[in-house]
Design a protein around this ligand. Structure first.
Ligand code: PBG
Length: 330
């Protein structure tokens, strides 16, 4: 290709009008790309606002039917559930209890809206009194392999209640294989696993930990969540989860890790890839928009588009309902 002064190449020809721009657009955001996180808690008539996540609520079971209807009417296919238990203990008994808060929520959603895909977060941190993602030994260290048994029990209890997909988020070694085995042993070969395969030890989870009351009571999660400095290691983590039988991969958070999303997608193009646009990423836009410093609608859609362009097929996002509404208006 050569360019003379008289014959310049002019990419702007393709940007002259909205119809032309639409013709050459490479990425399109769709409400069907979104997975909406829901926080559920005990009680009746509860719609408790989460202060650090404006527009997000902790809901009691009786609120879920209306919520599901709204979500489906916006074209959003799926929710992911997080439960706030009535009480916490070292093992997290409610996590696999038949009448646990998440199990109740699954049944309610499946009854009210059978076509809504119900994904459940499978981890210990919201249910244990110490707030860690695994069982602890006497020195306060996570016991990886003992934790796997509990994760299997939790996944089976969610499947029993009617979950379509389980999403282990604890970054324990071998968690996908353990959960696959437990599900298969109980006749749940058809239930898919969306692995939080590449989850970083991120400060962007701050608002979520307030919402789900899942902050560690001491220490941090650096012994299992990944070092933000590492991208090649992400391919190792994702590769292991593929071998262990994951049906979906996830990268989390999204925005500071767009390169990781692109690399994981390139390395494992055969699996659907989800990205988690986490609580802190949501809170930043909300806070700036509340001050009039950013145009919430434009910045949100640009952000979600960027995550998709990087390689995510699905986006877990607290913006899902607003973004779906805006997309329908465009
Ligand atoms: C763990 C879990 C966390 C999030 C999703 N699942 C918290 C953590 O790992 O500390 C964070 C989601 C967000 O910040 O939006 N069960």
């Amino acid at each position: 290709m050569w360019i003379t002064y008289n014959l310049p190449i002019r990419p702007r020809r393709l940007r002259r009008s909205e119809p032309l721009r639409r013709m050459v657009r490479e990425t399109e955001l769709n409400p069907a790309d979104f997975i909406y996180p829901l926080f559920v808690q005990h009680g009746r008539g509860v719609r408790h606002p989460i202060p650090s996540m404006p527009g997000q609520f902790r809901l009691s079971i009786d609120q879920l039917a209306a919520e599901a209807e709204e979500i489906l009417s916006l074209g959003i296919p799926a929710v992911i559930l997080f439960g706030i238990p009535a009480s916490k203990d070292p093992v997290g008994q409610e996590n696999f209890a038949e009448d646990g808060i998440v199990q109740q929520a699954i049944r309610e959603l499946k009854q009210a809206a059978p076509e809504l895909v119900v994904i459940t977060d499978v981890c210990l941190c919201e249910y244990t009194d110490h707030g860690h993602c695994g069982l602890l030994d006497l020195d306060g260290e996570i016991m990886n392999d003992d934790t796997l048994d509990i994760l299997g029990r939790v996944a089976v209890s969610h499947a029993n209640a009617g979950a379509d997909i389980v999403a282990p988020s604890g970054m324990m070694d071998g968690m996908v294989q353990a959960i696959r085995g437990a599900l298969d042993d109980d006749g749940f070969q058809h239930i898919a696993i969306m692995s939080y395969a590449v989850k970083y030890a991120s400060a962007f989870y701050g608002p979520f930990r307030d919402a789900a009351e899942g902050a560690p009571q001491f220490g941090d999660r650096k012994s299992h969540q990944m070092d933000p400095a590492n991208a090649r290691e992400a391919l190792r983590e994702a590769g292991l989860d593929v071998e262990e039988g994951a049906d979906f991969l996830m990268v989390k958070p999204a925005l500071a890790y767009l390169d990781v999303i692109a690399r994981v997608k390139a390395a494992f193009p055969q699996l659907p890839l989800a990205a988690y646009n986490v609580s802190g990423e949501y809170a930043m836009i909300k806070a700036a928009a509340a001050r009039g410093w950013l145009d919430e609608r434009k910045v949100t859609l640009e952000t979600l588009l960027g995550i998709k362009r990087a390689g995510a097929d699905l986006i877990l996002t607290y913006h899902a309902k607003d973004a779906a509404r805006w997309l329908h208006e465009e």
